[in-house]
Design a protein around this ligand. Structure first.
Ligand code: ADP
Ligand code: MG
Length: 240
């Protein structure tokens, strides 16, 4: 579904991504781990062109998204993104946060979008909060609304950038439960996370990022129990 070749990204003098090569298949759940400042967020942001890569190629379903003729809005719609900081529209209710995109960008009727939005709010356990504004919700509830909003756009893949890092510890599990459920339903996802238990149980593969590359990748058993490279080993021992 996604193929990344020789992806590089510089900010001025700073090289953040040196040579990232990766493949994400349909239905896979990829966890991306690594020390802070190693370009994990930049990598996700390059995938949906929130950052413009400095070099390399990115194919989504075989389409080169850096090609001038690529339909970038359509490609973006295929890729939902969930941020650490929720990024809900503060002046809209939970329900309206879910319906605005489908109405404005997918051409759905208000009624259709509303019906789907209620189903999604129910799925994340927040049907009774449909009329609440973001500042009336807890962090965990906000993040579940953000995930539901993302699903309302019917993405083919969801990119999560530390979806639980801004949450009180008591709220982490309710958000991870939603992501686990999506994994079970076969959603393709890439999740930057510090939740090592989650990464171990839920992902098909883990990318350890360091030195501007995917320094080591493998199934969770390899990365967590038997890392092949010294830096991976050091990191895993530190976070364990
Ligand atoms: P991570 O998510 O792994 O913590 P980031 O991708 O956020 O790492 O950042 C990698 C490096 O790139 C950091 O040194 C950060 O300061 C730098 N960086 C990220 N975004 C920008 C930007 N827009 N302008 C300049 N430097 C940036
Ligand atoms: Mg980050």
């Amino acid at each position: 579904m996604i193929k990344v070749e020789h992806l590089s990204k510089q900010f001025g003098e700073l090289t953040v991504l040196r040579e990232v090569n990766a493949e994400i298949k349909k239905g896979e759940v990829i966890s991306i781990i690594g020390p802070s400042g190693t370009g994990k967020s930049t990598f996700l942001r390059c995938l949906n062109l929130l950052e413009m890569p400095s070099g390399g190629r990115i194919f989504i379903d075989g389409t080169d998204i850096l090609d001038k003729s690529a339909d970038v809005p359509k490609l973006r719609q295929k890729m939902g993104m969930v941020f650490q900081s929720f990024n809900l529209f503060a002046h809209l209710t939970a329900l309206e946060n879910l319906t605005i995109g489908p109405v404005k960008l997918l051409g759905r009727s208000k009624e259709q979008a509303g019906k789907k939005a209620m189903e999604l709010l129910k799925m994340v356990g927040l049907a009774e909060k449909a009329g609440s504004f973001p500042d009336e919700l807890s962090g965990g509830q906000k993040q579940r609304v953000a995930i539901a909003r993302c699903l309302a756009m019917e993405p083919e893949i969801i990119l999560f950038d530390e979806p639980t890092s801004a949450l009180d510890p008591t709220m982490v599990s309710e958000v991870l439960a939603v992501i686990r459920r999506l994994a079970k339903e076969g959603m393709t996802m890439a999740v930057v996370t510090h939740e090592m238990d989650f990464a171990r149980d839920v992902s098909n593969r883990v990318f350890y990022m360091d030195e501007g590359i995917i320094y080591e990748e493998g199934p969770p058993q390899q990365i967590f129990e038997n890392p092949q490279k010294e830096k991976t080993r050091v990191f895993i021992n530190r976070v364990r």
